[in-house]
Design a protein around this ligand. Structure first.
Ligand SMILES: Cc1ncc(COP(=O)(O)O)c(C=O)c1O
Length: 387
């Protein structure tokens, strides 16, 4: 039977207790989520500023759809690049300080467009071992294009320097998450940028979890570290997390962006996102820019959570961001803890291998500006009781 192999593998996944299940939300993304009629405090989304359910953005989205229609109709380079896309690109360039940007339907597609397009035969890519899956897939494509790929231990700048120093590649490209999606820690970007300068390398930065959250006006990790919009940096930011809508951008020099536009296959060969999404994102960008009060509340919630969990027998990783990982270790224990919280009205997902290294199953607590002091206190009290 054609499906035998698939059924065997599915059974193996099930017997290892690793079957993934989707939960169907009966309410919009927000502070609370209703699942199977149960109301839960939501610590599971990446909606760090609470903008996914923002009524002003939703109104702009609806008005945008009435003005510009439901779809773009084609890829950007054929006939799908409309005024709202063009306006959004310019606004993101203005916001990030880079000369030019391209927008994408997802961050996954944006990451696939950057490294494999820049790196070919004779080039070398240096990637952090804990990079997001979309960057890992981008590495595989770069490899297929003939580039050499080396992975350095997480945030190990000395190991990265050794690799760069030993490399005879024509072009070198360093690729890193700015905020690591399962650990919440920051890449040492000033040190990595200094290496990029010293070894004349490109630096590709995935700021999916920093954009909107970190730095002045939520400009992201570069702003947080006061790094320049250098022509050797390509910055990817996602727009479905803190920005609350969907899509992504890549920002860079005029030349680098023009090159991606000409040659980036996952930019060229896909339909442009609906123009109304671009309208909504322009509104979201304005709320991010003016969102100091949201970020202040988010940071207060993060501080309260970290202080409250400090004495717990479980280890809270040293994360300064909205991603707060509580290491449980054992897969089943992590799932049991997540389930016990669920029964107490709190949704905190358990993350297990292969998404994280073996033996480090964890609760990934995602904090949002939409949370209140009482919400965080409720989570702390429950974890103190259960852990
Ligand atoms: C670090 C990182 N990069 C890229 C992505 C992909 O972005 P998108 O969800 O927009 O495809 C994600 C999450 O989804 C992420 O966590």
């Amino acid at each position: 039977m054609i499906e035998d192999r698939l059924n065997t593998e599915l059974a193996e996944i099930a017997s290892a207790g690793l079957t993934r299940r989707r939960r169907v939300l009966e309410t919009p993304c927000g502070r609370m989520a209703t699942v199977d009629g149960t109301n839960l405090l939501n610590f599971a989304s990446n909606d760090y500023l609470g903008l996914a359910g923002n009524a002003d953005i939703a109104r702009v989205l609806a008005d945008g759809a009435l003005q510009w229609g439901a779809g773009s109709g084609a890829s950007h380079l054929v006939s799908g690049h409309l005024v709202p896309h063009e306006v959004l690109e310019k606004e993101i360039a203005d916001f990030t300080g880079f000369p030019r940007t391209l927008t994408f339907s997802t961050g996954y597609l944006a990451n696939l467009a950057v490294t494999p397009t820049l790196a070919g035969r004779g080039d070398a890519v240096f990637a952090d071992k804990l990079n997001h899956a979309s960057l890992i897939d981008a590495m595989q494509l770069a490899k297929a294009n003939g580039a050499e790929v080396q992975r350095y231990p997480h945030n190990d700048v000395a190991a990265l320097e050794k690799m760069l120093a030993a490399s005879t590649a024509a072009h070198k490209i360093i690729v890193t998450d700015a905020v690591f999606s399962m650990d919440g820690d920051l890449a040492p970007l000033p040190l990595i940028f200094a290496l990029a300068e010293r070894y004349d390398a490109w630096l590709v930065i995935d700021d999916a979890h920093g954009f909107g959250v970190l730095g002045p006006h939520g400009k992201g990790s570069l702003g947080h570290f006061n790094l320049p919009a250098s022509p050797r940096i390509l910055l990817m930011g996602t727009l479905g997390k803190a920005a609350g809508v969907g899509g992504a951008f890549v920002a860079g020099s005029e030349t680098a962006i023009e090159y991606l536009l000409q040659k980036g296959r996952s930019y060229i060969f896909t339909t442009a996102q609906p123009p109304a999404i671009a309208c909504a994102l322009a509104k979201s960008l304005q709320l991010i820019r003016d969102g100091d009060a949201l970020r202040a509340n988010l940071m207060a919630c993060i501080g309260q959570l970290r202080e409250g969990l400090a004495g717990l027998p479980l280890k809270l990783l040293p994360s300064p961001t909205a991603i707060q990982p509580l290491i449980v270790g054992d897969n089943d224990a992590a799932v049991a803890l997540s389930k016990a919280l669920w029964e107490r009205g709190m949704w905190v997902p358990a993350i297990r291998p292969p998404t994280v290294p073996k033996g480090t199953a964890r609760l990934r607590i995602s904090v949002s500006a939409a949370h209140t002091e009482a919400d965080i206190a409720q989570l702390i009290a429950a974890l103190k009781e259960l852990a």
